[in-house]
Ligand binder design. Sequence first.
Ligand code: NAP
Length: 266
Amino acid sequence: MKFAVSSKGNSISDTLKNKIQTYLLDFGMELNEEEPDLVITVGGDGTLLYAFHRYSDRLNETAFVGVHTGHLGFYADWVPSEIEKLVLAIAKTPYHIVEYPILEVIVRYNDGGREEKYLAMNECTIKSMEGTLVADVEIRGQLFETFRGDGLCLSTPSGSTAYNKALGGAIIHPSIRAIQLAEMASINNRVFRTVGSPLILPDHHTCVIKPRNDVDFQVTIDHLTLLHKDVKSIQCRVADENVRFARFRPFPFWKRVQDSFIGKGE
Ligand code: NAP
């Protein structure tokens, strides 16, 4: 099996990365940073997000597993003291693959039908660079509302615990193939109206955001920030591709939610 190890870049993560690499090479596994079957990330959820984007053109061939060197992560759920156990599991046991849905974003421009496609593991956010974002929100080809406010966030189920949660969105189990649309500070008064609640769209419903004012947009795809000019529409839907995680032991999603946000209790 071909493997690669990505580190957050701080000294504790780099030390662990070297240790994991040495152990796996000792087990006769092949280090291949270009075409790995398995990517082990060492750092946090952010480190796994970076690795996802690095290998996003080969999601069908690459699986991910994350070790966290800070707090418990949603993607990075192994701790440094379990490294030996993890390495043994990688080298000796066939792993189980768990697939989570991701988000496809297509940005279309006014000039000559140009378009760019992106994949997000957590979310896409859309904000105006100058003042209020004014945009028509279409769902399944029908105008749903005209949004006025700070911005919109379209997230995946596994990303629902990230930015989406801070916006009051629901936490969605990643076995549900859906995307969630959450508002950032919408203007609501007698003139302007939005639904005000997060919406959860199934995988056959596409959401298209069409800017109404002629301004530049800041679009984020996970940790990447892009500035878009002359945008005609931003289309979001559940992607055909999935992100694949290598599972060596059960760690239920709701247990991770509980450990991350509630703690052990009394
Ligand atoms: P960052 O600002 O350095 O880290 C953002 C935080 O979000 C980190 O604590 C990270 O965990 C955590 N995180 C990432 N994915 C998560 C997930 N699926 N569930 C729960 N927590 C998650 O930025 P970054 O490391 O480049 O990550 C980019 C992400 O930051 C974006 O995708 C967005 O979701 C998130 N973000 C959140 C807010 C907010 O909550 N108000 C605002 C902006 C961006 P680790 O420490 O384990 O890496």
